[in-house]
Design a protein. Structure first.
Lengths: 111, 115
């Protein structure tokens, strides 16, 4: 069964806008929540990650918000740029074990 | 090299043939993963190696799929009697498992086409 559910499947945002992608998980033992960015023809690359002991982590224009009680986490892309157009995957794992990925969100930023 | 290397980058094979896909992880990384990505789809977990522990094979879709990791480094994913539904990009990743972090680095993938 899919351990991490991701939405939306795709989104379109204007340049300068905010992109928001949501993920939910079931396994309360998960303790590592990364986001990966994938461009066509390339392997996924780690974008940002969070541990459950913090509620938010920001790196540049990318922010993860984490809600442990709701078992949800989200990625916010501020001031979206055309170069951010890619597929984004959330994931979760117990450190030392396999990563379980969401289904992915294709983000298109219109200039 | 500095990153995860996969070979070949592209492979076209005839239905029924066996194929071997190779992954060279980042030196020193103890964990190695194989995922499959069909066109426009997400990442389907196949198998996970971590150090000397027994591999997690729970994602292998059938007994036609197998993988090994020799000497804790290079891994080979073998698909026997390939079927058209095996066509996908096969991604390998490696990570250095340490407290609080399981950052996985992915290779570019092998695009397998079964005709």
């Amino acid at each position: 069964q899919q351990q991490v559910k991701q939405s939306p499947q795709s989104l379109i945002v204007q340049k300068g806008g905010i992109s928001i992608i949501n993920c939910a998980y079931e396994n309360t033992a998960f303790d590592y929540f990364p986001w990966y960015q994938q461009f066509p023809g390339k392997g996924p690359a780690l974008l940002i990650a969070i541990r459950p002991d913090v509620s938010e982590k920001k790196e540049g224009r990318f922010t993860i918000s984490f809600n442990k009680s709701a078992k949800q986490f989200s990625l916010h892309i501020m001031d979206s740029q055309p170069g951010d157009s890619a597929t984004y995957f959330c994931a979760a794992s117990i450190v030392g074990y396999k990563l379980s990925f969401g289904a992915g969100t294709t983000v298109t930023v219109r200039a | 090299g500095a990153g995860v290397s996969q070979s070949p980058s592209n492979k076209v094979t005839e239905k029924g043939k066996d194929v071997e896909l190779r992954c060279d992880p980042i030196s020193g990384h103890t964990a190695l993963y194989w995922y499959r990505q069909s066109l426009g789809q997400g990442l389907e977990f196949l198998i996970y190696f971590q150090g000397n522990s027994a591999p997690d094979k729970s994602g292998l879709p059938s007994d036609r799929f197998s993988a090994e990791r020799t000497g804790g480094s290079v891994s080979t994913l073998t698909i026997q009697r390939t079927q058209q539904e095996d066509s996908a990009v096969y991604l390998c990743a490696s990570s250095l498992v340490r407290q609080g972090n399981t950052e996985a680095f992915f290779g570019q993938g092998t695009r397998l086409t079964v005709v």
